[in-house]
Design a protein around this ligand. Structure first.
Ligand code: GTP
Ligand code: SPV
Ligand code: MN
Length: 590
């Protein structure tokens, strides 16, 4: 046993005082036993650890119902604890590290009495990769243990990787009493430590995900010269030439990453391969190109809206059950078939449904069946489009980066930046309407730079400068594109069909990367000519096309005001180049 790990675990056990300590091994047999314990765990209200579902419909699947007050990330209770407040920046809640530790330590004191403390050694990234990082998570939730199995490379063998260095990222987690008044997600980037108490949900509790792979890792990346991003990784193979072009794509939570990562191309002649749907770690390779790995090993995706029509590859992934169990969290339940159901899964609503809290559902209630942020947890190895490069220790070379958001107006369907620096400016000023992935008001536009606002573990002004610097080290920087699938007409309907049809935009980007087509220059960037976008089979007139690509001066005036207000928070720390871009845009548009 590695002494550093053992000692840390002993200290945490002395604090949280569990009845038992259990070291997760990482075997099939063990998962089966944990699931059984989860099934038999007493129900507290609507909360249920696991309920076995019909394996004929979704193989090897289980339903989890979380506490009704614990259904999304809670950004207002998430803190970055750096010694100096300015280093956390205006984008993060901040607390002084000693004070923060003293406060949460009180909540951890004795919190595991009567419970088992699980120690999960896990790796973010393929252990063979020089970019992968070993971690230890402690938790008292079986749901978290099983989720970590699916989402990371977990098991005892990771202890060897930590070796005598004692170098590992630490995550201490307890569901506590699930009281939101005693819920805190605390990050200590300097120490590589996360302390999370009071929530069992997704990004609050699976500490390898947003807490480590984004907040702590982005801090490490800033120190070490790489990037940790809220991005998908996908490959597009041209069947004729056999060549694959790799893309990164950043979108805020619940804005289409998972769907894009396994898009079923509407155009003939291409195969899309999936490498990641949420997080990318990106390094500058020896050849001066960007290389990306996905530190995760599974998908924790939004269920509502997922169907054979919108995302057939994900439906196959969810039905596979080949590697690890598949979990459904806070979906509805079709009691006739004992299988999960959510809005959009089938056109026909099954006659006998329980809602996400386990109550009989009827249409007249006007209530939803599945929670809008209900999710599935499934191994990436069950995905039929998983890239054969998924486990490549070096990662894949990136040709283009997409940034997107959810915008009813203002932002065109697609726009290419003039170059890397201009791309960094546009990404740093990205706005998006808020969604149900985080607790709080839904549908208001907020600035969400690089889709990282809730996930950047340090001052975003420094982060923007870091992006500029990484670009400066590239011999062959990827092209940077901006997309908006969500523009609406006056009736409030989406103008662009989205989903599979988004591939038409990907195809345009591929042509731009290859340099085979021109683009139209506008003050905000380069946009497609009508003739260069393949719209065959779609009912999109030139008039609708113009609407999708409109740059409306009144809307952009408001946009610029929003950007200036956002930039204003950073004071002198903001790279001046960014303000120069805003000034230039203002002159050209207004
Ligand atoms: P996180 O897991 O929270 O980071 O979300 P994500 O970015 O992976 O989002 P996801 O792909 O799960 O999509 C979220 C919601 O947006 C789902 O309800 C989708 O059905 C919907 N959606 C995805 N792509 C499109 C699109 O092209 N057009 C429209 N209108 N909706 C979309
Ligand atoms: C997101 O909110 O961006 C997610 C889900 O991917 S969570 O794991 O809760 O962060
Ligand atoms: Mn996400």
């Amino acid at each position: 046993m590695i002494r550093a790990v053992e000692q840390w675990v002993e200290e945490q056990a002395a604090l949280s005082k569990p009845d038992k300590i259990y070291w997760v091994q990482g075997t099939e047999d063990e998962i089966r036993r944990l699931i059984e314990i989860g099934i038999s765990e007493e129900k507290t209200g609507p909360h249920q650890t696991f309920r076995e579902l019909n394996h004929q419909v979704f193989a090897h699947s289980y339903l989890h119902r979380s506490h009704p007050n614990d259904v999304a990330r809670t950004e207002q209770l998430t803190f970055v604890c750096t010694p100096k407040k300015e280093d956390a920046g205006p984008n993060n809640n901040w607390m002084e590290p000693k004070e923060a530790k003293a406060m949460v330590s009180k909540l951890f004191d004795g919190c595991m009495r009567g419970r088992t403390l699980y120690v999960i050694p896990y790796m973010m990234g393929n252990p063979e990769s020089p970019y992968a990082k070993p971690c230890i998570q402690i938790t008292d939730s079986i749901y978290v243990v099983v989720s970590m199995y699916i989402m990371t490379r977990a098991g005892r063998k990771i202890l060897e990787r930590i070796g005598s260095s004692g170098n590992f990222v630490k995550g201490l987690h307890s569901i506590g009493d699930l009281d939101p008044n005693r819920r805190y997600i605390m990050h200590f980037p300097q120490e590589g430590l996360v302390m999370s108490v009071g929530s069992g949900y997704g990004g609050n509790a699976l500490l390898g995900k947003k807490c480590f792979s984004l907040r702590i890792a982005s801090y490490q990346g800033h120190q070490e010269g790489w990037l940790a991003e809220h991005m998908i990784i996908m490959g597009v193979e041209d069947k004729k030439t056999g060549e694959t072009m790799y893309f990164l794509g950043a979108f805020p939570s619940a804005c289409g990453k998972t769907n894009l990562a396994m898009i079923d191309p509407i155009l003939e002649g291409y195969t899309v391969t999936t490498l990641g749907d949420d997080i990318a770690w990106i390094n500058v390779g020896p050849d001066g190109r960007l290389y990306a790995i996905n530190p995760e090993a599974g998908f924790f995706g939004v269920a509502p809206g997922t169907s054979d029509e919108t995302n057939p590859q994900m439906m196959k992934t969810l039905k596979s059950g080949r590697v690890y169990p598949t979990l459904f969290t806070n979906t509805g339940l079709d009691t006739d078939t004992n299988s999960p159901w959510w809005e959009g899964l089938t056109d026909r609503v099954p006659p006998h449904l329980l809602d996400w809290q386990g109550n009989p559902w009827n249409a007249a209630s006007g209530k939803v069946v599945a929670h809008p942020n209900s999710r599935f947890t499934v191994s990436a190895y069950n995905c039929p489009t998983l890239s054969k490069e998924f486990d490549n220790p070096k990662g894949v070379p990136i040709s283009a980066i997409l940034f997107g958001g959810r915008r009813s107006d203002t932002v065109p369907l697609v726009c290419e930046s003039f170059d890397w620096r201009h791309g960094v400016f546009k990404a740093s000023s990205l706005g998006s309407e808020t969604t149900t992935a985080a607790a709080g008001q839904v549908g208001v536009v907020r600035r969400d730079p690089m889709a990282m606002l809730p996930f950047c573990g340090y001052n975003m002004a420094d982060y923007f400068r870091h992006w500029m610097n990484v670009g400066g080290r590239l011999k062959n920087p990827p092209k940077i594109f901006f997309v908006n699938w969500f523009k609406k007409d006056v009736q409030g309907k989406f103008i662009w069909p989205g989903f599979r049809d988004n591939f038409r935009i990907i195809k345009w980007m591929m042509d731009r990367v290859k340099g085979t087509i021109p683009a139209r220059e506008t003050p905000i960037g380069l946009m497609p000519n009508y003739a260069d976008l393949n719209l065959t089979g779609l009912d999109i007139s030139k008039e609708t096309f113009d609407k999708l690509f409109e740059v409306n001066p009144d809307e952009w005036k408001k946009e610029i005001e929003g950007i200036e207000a956002f930039y204003g928070q950073f004071g002198a720390r903001l790279p001046q180049q960014l303000t120069r871009y805003v000034d230039k845009l203002k002159k050209q548009i207004i």
